[in-house]
Design a protein around this ligand. Sequence first.
Ligand SMILES: *[C@@H]1O[C@H](CO)[C@@H](O)[C@H](O)[C@H]1NC(C)=O
Length: 281
Amino acid sequence: MGLGFSSSWSLSFCVLLVLMSAEASKGEYSLQEHEDGGEEAMARKHIHTHMDMSMRIFFTITELKVGKRIPVYFSKRDPATSPHLLPREEVESIPFSSAQLPYLLQFFGFSQGSPQAIAMENTLRHCETEPIEGETKSCVTSLESMLDFSQKIFGLKASFEVISTKLGEKTTSLLQNYTILKLPKPISAPKMVACHTLPYPYAVFYCHFQEGENKVFEVSLGGENGDRVEAVAVCHMDTSQWNQDHVSFRLLGVQPGASPVCHFFPADNLIWVPSPALIQD
Ligand SMILES: *[C@@H]1O[C@H](CO)[C@@H](O)[C@H](O)[C@H]1NC(C)=O
């Protein structure tokens, strides 16, 4: 196998896939559905498909009030069984291209047609699709590349920081009603880079920047089971260009462009915003 990879990450990848299949049995699993893999990509993927549990993250901006109850699905993964971030120099010696898939399958020891092989192919193809109008995207395979991409978006002299959803001790992968406990904190984010994990034997993030107005918030949520989640949420203010089959429209019962669409970020997403991020405390 080379490069000092142990079987542990390979095992992790299998565990991850099993977890995803478990989620899939409740609905339908596909790469883009699993995370917020780009609104348009997701919308395309959702035409004529069933609702995936991991899509239960949407809400409307009018719901962003103390005391409001919103059903949300937060998926909890054990970091020990999640694919690891590799150092850039190590990861850059491995091809990352669907044209190299046969070599990659051999390299990672997966047979053609296996769930792992299909997930890898989906990820590579997703990474190779052209960005949509107004979008700048990159699939990054290391923290260094993620920082480079963000720096390019924010500008060479800009400083920026990362925020993410923090799950509680009692978070379980379960759809439940969460109550907004405190006034949501607005995050100053004239620009925002969202990085979503994609299934792969090592950590791969689909990072993108989309032109247009977004509002970002930190929201304290209390679950019915006593769970506490400090969630990062974004509201896309203009959805007029979105595909009308987008899952959020169906979930929220709204039309494209009629109202902003908001969603919570899954805990393994990284959201980069200019610093200092907090407008108020
Ligand atoms: C959330 O609460 C509503 C009523 O307030 C209820 O109808 C719904 O079933 C609850 N959802 C979940 C997932 O528990």
